[in-house]
Design a protein around this ligand. Structure first.
Ligand code: NCD
Length: 336
């Protein structure tokens, strides 16, 4: 696809070559993300960062990614601090804000809302999550992480064995990741959730139609033994009719070091889009995994910066100029 000026609304718009291109640009962003160099390539450009649902990683990393390329960020968070609370439509908001920005990232609870917004926007729009539907940049960084972690173990994506665990019904990250996995071959996908929170049929059918082996189960321990990746997710309590209903699923699929040691193959990589729910009754990924070198959740979050920088550089068509506007950093930077 042609990235210059494109909206990023769904991973279904990508072909395999597009993913490879994004990942190779993401690799080239590493010196900037690691603060070895700074670039001013997006000097003068403005990102409109509009988050109408809670967000830490996605909002901050989109903002930092834009800053690291030399651009500026203007933000609105939550409906209450936006004129949408006064009854303004998505159409009007898009017309106005796209006059102030060069690119917009948006998160909104309504499925399809970011697409609707983008239709009225005069600048490219990136979907930062639209309800339970999609979260394309997260799926890209997840796949980028899977590829990097596997490469470190001498493996490639083809033949990947992955277990997705938790709230597969409302989890938009696993929806987008499932779509992306359809671009690869001979995968073994294990979908582990309470029956009521199973992956919607359309995703399961699509994975099977692409020739992948898919098993659907509600039994965690016996289904994480033969996978390369365990991808855990949070119960999406904000999508349930009541907190009580969400609470009834909380803590059903916990992974801790004892379960990992007993059931997983050595070097099984542990992923989670975060936030992990660390309350005692949830604890889907126990803190006792924090010292496990296969816990990739923070490397995964770091990778978000690279992938989001790549998306901005491609959409604003400056990939070839990033290094031209680079110089060494002035400050002492300690990172461990
Ligand atoms: C996810 C999301 O918002 O869908 N978080 C994120 O963007 N990394 C997952 C979640 O909230 O559970």
């Amino acid at each position: 696809m042609d990235f210059a000026g494109a909206n990023i609304l769904s991973v279904e718009q990508f072909e395999r070559a597009d993913i490879e291109r994004i990942f190779s640009v993401a690799d080239s962003m590493e010196p900037y993300a690691l603060r070895h160099k700074v670039t001013r390539v997006l000097e003068g450009a403005i990102l409109g960062n509009m988050f109408f649902e809670p967000s830490t990683r996605t909002r901050i990393s989109f903002g930092c990614a834009f800053n690291l390329l030399g651009g500026e960020v203007r933000e609105t968070t939550g409906f209450q601090s936006s004129a949408i609370a006064k009854g303004e439509s998505l159409y009007d908001t898009a017309r106005v804000l796209s006059g102030y920005s060069d690119v917009i990232c948006m998160r909104h609870p309504g499925e399809g809302s970011v697409g609707e917004f983008s239709a009225a926007s005069r600048v490219p729009v990136i979907n930062g999550g639209d309800g339970a539907n999609e979260h394309p940049s997260q799926a890209l960084l997840d796949l980028y992480t899977i590829q990097k972690e596997l490469r470190a173990l001498g493996r490639t994506l083809n033949g990947l064995r992955i277990a997705m665990i938790g709230d597969l019904k409302y989890g938009r990250t696993v929806h987008s990741l499932s779509h992306l996995l359809c671009l690869f071959n001979d995968l073994h996908v294990v979908l582990i959730s309470p029956d009521e929170l199973a992956m919607p049929d359309e995703y399961v059918t699509k994975l099977r139609d692409h020739g992948h082996q898919v098993s659907v189960t509600s039994d965690l321990p016996n289904n994480i033994s033969h996978v390369d990746i365990v991808y855990s997710t949070r119960i999406q309590e904000e999508r349930f009719a009541s907190k009580q209903e969400a609470d009834s699923y909380r803590g059903r699929f916990r992974l801790n070091q004892a379960i990992y040691t007993k059931y997983c193959e050595p070097n099984t990589v542990i992923m989670h889009p975060l936030p992990r729910d660390s309350r005692a009754d949830a604890n889907e990924l126990d803190n006792d995994l924090n010292q496990n070198p296969n816990l990739a959740i923070f490397r995964q979050a770091d990778n978000g910066l690279l992938v989001r920088m790549a998306l901005f550089a491609m959409i604003l068509d400056v990939v070839e100029q990033v290094d031209k506007y680079a110089r060494p950093v002035n400050w002492f930077h300690k990172r461990s």
